[in-house]
Design a protein around this ligand. Structure first.
Ligand code: F6R
Length: 613
């Protein structure tokens, strides 16, 4: 959601800003713009639409020369996507230019104040208020940095800001609260960005800003300050992963590449944490004495990460006998949850920046619960705010629709459950070892699902069903959790109306929506519940539905008694089976989206990192 890049150095800024913004496209956006110092003037170019439009507008950057600048991709919150509402925003007298990620909650009150001071506004955005507020303090006698500091002190909400001042042509200021911003050290130049891929081509040495941190950078130096304006020492992190990890590497789309990266990502997440027949979670402090007094675990997250939490309920309750409640992060804070030292709150987030999830985390801590975060992005806000962090080693996930992060989050649920079971002795030793062995085998089995033959079969089914208007996903027990994710994938990237239900629930209402040709995807991977799910399949077939089954190898004969179309996945422990089922569901959604001509990696209206509540 919104991407920021800033550069100060000796090269032409605009091409570097455009290149950086192209690496942030995955975050989701609907307009883009840059501001560059051009012969003492702040030159702004911005436009609604894709980066290509901005690129054409400024001739790849040649039209606005200058070596200092800021750039932005906007995901509309206040005001429709339009040229006027695009960033950067200039203050009324043209002295300050701002790019912003986040939401200024008290912008109407500030706007009113500034209008009374004579400031004119030209957009519907909250960001323009920030530009004017900075200019207001600057005109009042503050230095550029003091003006930014005083402005952010008046602002309520979330922000990462990149700021230019017409009178300081060699300086960029960055400041953040509740939205990500990093600094990158260059050679005779410096950078700011929302995320590492934007500047990884130029530098591997970065500083993650904490909330309240402000930086002032020129080509040759950077100074960091805390919220009180006092100088700060910041640690530099060296990025070890390659840019190719954030590139398509020959695949048509990031989503397809990330689907194929799942065996490796799951292996990287699981294998280092299994040693000598035990789950070893070096990175966290959850001793047996603490676990033994636990009365409840909440799993709190949004979207797909929440669906991992729904799986987590089945997995942890089954293996550890501790009650688990998955809760949507956007609801958690307002549900007055019962929390104290006997409650563990597990927060799941790929980006580590999701505003709803971060707010839920803070609420959990405020109420005295211990918070364990399952996060993919190292150094993210959620990782920093949690008591303990278990990283998913999925690598950078660029496609808006999650695939490999989901699979690694699921893998962490298995690890966590087996760790708790091991510490609390809730499983017989031989059963615990059996489960661990199955877990170690998972990545290899995932590879099998991604063989060219299996993919061709999924592609074939996509070609059969891509024109369907409504799709229902049904399954029982943990399969019903996997259905939620399969359904979301189809909705978000293929724009098909779809719903997910526990298979036994259809007849209590939704079955009235089944008509000739409605597609029902039936996930049936638990042998003990197979016949029950098949009964539900018969109910929908009798009403005209086309049914596509997802079941385990060995059930070919059984399933063909009830339906013609089925995808067979390798067999593992029932609780781990979702890892197998979700791959064909993701791949199915991918090909359906492709056949419908959708923008698979950047679906409409969606952002990768949802930094507004
Ligand atoms: C769906 C998807 C979203 C995210 C959700 C949470 O494909 O990616 O539903 O799962 O926005 O994001 P994170 O995990 O970054 O907190």
């Amino acid at each position: 959601m919104c991407g920021i890049v800033g550069y100060v150095g000796r090269e032409q800024a605009a091409p570097i800003l455009l290149e950086g913004l192209s690496r942030l496209e995955y975050r989701g956006y609907d307009s883009a713009g840059v501001c560059v110092f051009d012969g003492g003037k702040l030159q702004v170019a911005k436009t609604k639409g894709r980066l290509k439009s901005l690129y054409d507008l400024i001739d790849g950057g040649k039209a606005i020369p200058g070596t200092v600048g800021i750039g932005h991709t906007r995901w509309a919150t206040h005001g429709a996507p339009s040229d006027e509402n695009s960033h950067p925003h200039m203050a009324d007298s043209g002295k300050i230019a701002v790019v912003h990620n986040g939401i200024i909650e008290n912008y109407l009150e500030l706007k009113d104040y500034l209008q009374k001071q004579g400031k004119k506004f030209h957009s519907e955005t909250d960001t323009e208020v920030v530009a004017n507020l900075i200019e207001h303090f600057y005109d009042g006698g503050c230095t550029f940095r003091q003006a930014v500091q005083r402005a952010v002190a008046r602002v309520e909400g979330s922000y990462a800001l990149g700021v230019l001042c017409r009178d300081c042509p060699d300086t960029v200021i960055g400041v953040k609260k509740d939205s990500p911003l990093i600094f990158g050290y260059g050679q005779g130049c410096n950078y700011i960005a929302s995320d590492v891929p934007a500047i990884l081509k130029y530098t591997r040495d970065v500083v993650y800003l904490n909330d309240g941190d402000l930086l002032e950078m020129t080509a040759d130096r950077v100074d960091f300050y805390n919220v009180h304006g006092e100088p700060l020492e910041k640690d530099t992190e060296h990025i070890t992963w390659e840019l190719s990890a954030a590139e398509k590497g020959g695949y048509a789309h990031f989503m397809l590449k990330e689907i194929h990266e799942q065996p490796k990502a799951v292996r990287d997440t699981i294998h280092p944490r299994i040693r000598d027949g035990r789950v070893v979670l070096d990175d966290i402090q959850l001793p047996a004495a603490y676990l033994a007094q636990l009365k409840r675990i909440y799993i709190v997250a949004c979207g797909s990460a929440y669906y991992v939490g729904v799986h987590g309920k089945y997995i942890i309750e089954n293996l550890c006998r501790v009650p688990v409640e998955p809760v949507l992060a956007s609801e958690f804070r307002y549900a007055d949850p019962v929390l104290d030292g006997t409650t563990l709150v597990v927060i799941i987030s790929q980006s580590g920046e999701t505003a709803d999830t971060l707010a839920a985390l803070r609420e959990a801590k405020r109420r005295g619960a211990r918070v364990l975060a399952v996060v993919n992005v190292v150094g993210s806000s959620i990782a920093k705010a949690a008591d303990d962090v278990l990283y998913t080693w999925a690598g950078p996930e660029i496609a808006v629709a999650t695939t490999k992060a989901f699979s690694t989050q699921l893998a962490v649920m298995y690890l966590l459950a087996l760790y708790i079971a091991q510490e609390l002795h809730t499983l017989p030793e031989d059963r615990r070892r059996e489960l661990l062995e199955a877990l170690v085998r998972l990545p290899e089995q995932l590879e099998e699902i991604l063989s060219p033959e299996s993919i061709a079969r999924i592609q074939y089914f996509a070609s059969q069903y891509f024109n369907n208007r409504d799709v229902f996903f049904i399954g029982r027990n943990i399969d019903s959790a996997t259905c939620l994710e399969g359904s979301l994938k189809l909705k978000e990237i293929a724009y098909i109306h779809s719903e997910a239900y526990p298979a036994g629930e259809l007849k209590h209402g939704p079955i009235s929506l089944i008509e000739n040709g409605t597609l029902v995807v039936a996930v049936a991977t638990n042998p003990a519940l197979f016949d029950k799910t098949m009964s539900n399949v018969k109910e929908v077939s009798a009403r005209g539905a086309d049914v596509l089954g997802i079941t385990i190898q060995g059930f070919e004969d059984a399933i063909h008694k009830t339906m013609d179309s089925a995808i067979f996945v390798p067999r593992t422990e029932v609780l781990f089976q979702p890892s197998m089922s979700v791959l064909p569901l993701q791949t199915f959604a991918y090909y359906v989206a492709l056949m419908r001509g959708c923008d698979v990696d950047k679906p409409r209206n969606l952002a990768k990192s949802v930094t507004v509540e």
